[in-house]
Design a protein around this ligand. Sequence first.
Ligand code: ARG
Length: 558
Amino acid sequence: MIEEKIKNFLNKAVKELRIEPFDFSIEISKEKDYGDYSSNIAMILAKKENKNPLEIASIIKEKIKDKIFEKVEVAGPGFINFFLSDEYLGEELKKVLKEKKEYGCLKRKKKETVIVDYSGVNIAKPFGIGHLRSTVIGQAIYNMYKCLGYKVLGDNHIGDWGTQFGKLIYAIKEWGDKKIQDYSVKDLVSLYIKFHEESEKHPEMINEARQWFERLEKGDKEARRIWKECVKTSLKEFDRVYSMLGINIDMTLGESFYEPMLKDVVEEALEKGVVQKSQGALIIPLKTLPPLMILKSDGSTLYSTRDLAAIRHRVKKFKPSLIIYEVGSEQSLHFKQVFESAELLGWIKKEKLVHVPHGLIRLKTGKMSTRKGEIIFLQDVLEEAVRRAEEIIERKNPDLKEKKKIAKIIGIGAVKYNDLSSHPSTDIIFDWDKILNLEGNSGPYLQYACLRAKKILKKSKTKLVLKKIEFTKKEEKNLARKIQQYPFVLEKAAESFSPNLISNYLFDLSKEFNSFYENIPVLKAEENKSLRLSLVYSASLILEKGLEILGIEVPEEI
Ligand code: ARG
């Protein structure tokens, strides 16, 4: 790995200056003129030693000489910039040709298990565009870790338990007008809303709903039957959305799975002395956070109790080295409390539990039809995406075969890419013009670039053999420089749980590839044809694999 290599050179140089090792970073240079990678090592060192960063940078720079660098320069307030040599770039290119889609993937960490908790849809509630973020980002994180050689387990922690089911059962019993199997999720949502309206006028209903939940908890036949049907109906509907999105989550344990373990969790917390009684409820007091309630005064458990049970179960069963939760940022406090509590209970160090919060999806008003008061259903949004993609195809390439199939790949890919091209924690704007913009940073733009590269290769009859590599045009070298960044980006993206790093890299790669292809001949090249085709091939491989990690398909034709 290039990062390790550069770090080793720098560490060695610092050691020669008899300075204790410390933490510094290697980044991809912001611009080509600043080299391929830069480090802030001299600036950190200067601060520590109270010296001039430029002087320190020059001293370090002088100590670094290796054939992987064309040159090393000092720039700005004390950055050390590394320019990779042609020889190194050539070797990397050979590596891509050899390893193909495995380029950048690691095999070394196979033994470690990572659990990704994502999607987490709720039974009897709509699969809204809010859950789209968790599903799409979670899947990309899953794919990144898999690519880096971890054993990855995806878990859909669905919301299928809790006092709300008492309300729902009450509503079904009271106002239901058909066989339980015949309800749709929309019907269930309406019944639930009705409960809330009516119970404001008749507060005694709340008590009755509570009793229904108690019956459910105790295993009452009728309560269980109704609850089971609601779960079945919802999952069936959700599966349609998952299949449209091309998502398949390894396991769907859900909150109800932990129900039989909740008693043990509470008992263990009592035994270990981490809980306190507070107005009849049980809470876990935390040092710097508000306490976490794990048992209500009426004896019922909570979302948090089930999250604790899930950690306990996962640790015991899978011994994960990391559990990643892709859940909305409004639950940040909840996860901080749960993680801290799990550590207090001695189950796992909280550093091994990571919440990757996502921001909201905002609508560009007037762009998406939201019939008054109605919740937006994800399925409608996805169908609209496909319809809009179809319209574009109809306009641009009406003779295309299999329009429907391709419109689906483009429409869904575009919605996913929109979600993955900004950092998970930022709010994103849902704007059809941007999502399906064929010229900008969008899914279709990347799909098109990838397809273009693949088509060039199809047309070429030349066998790819790379012996001695010499760049004769700056476009060749620029593309090679971009290509070698991929393993670095992949690792950074996984480490920081930021699939957007991959998206934006792929966008840059596409631009670099397009400018390469538009400026120098490839199929008709009179010189360096093999190198040029190898560059095209490498770009196509990385685009395809990168998009695969993001969960985006590439159509056969556009
Ligand atoms: N069902 C929850 C919600 O919609 C998300 C579940 C996230 N995962 C978890 N382990 N709490 O808010």
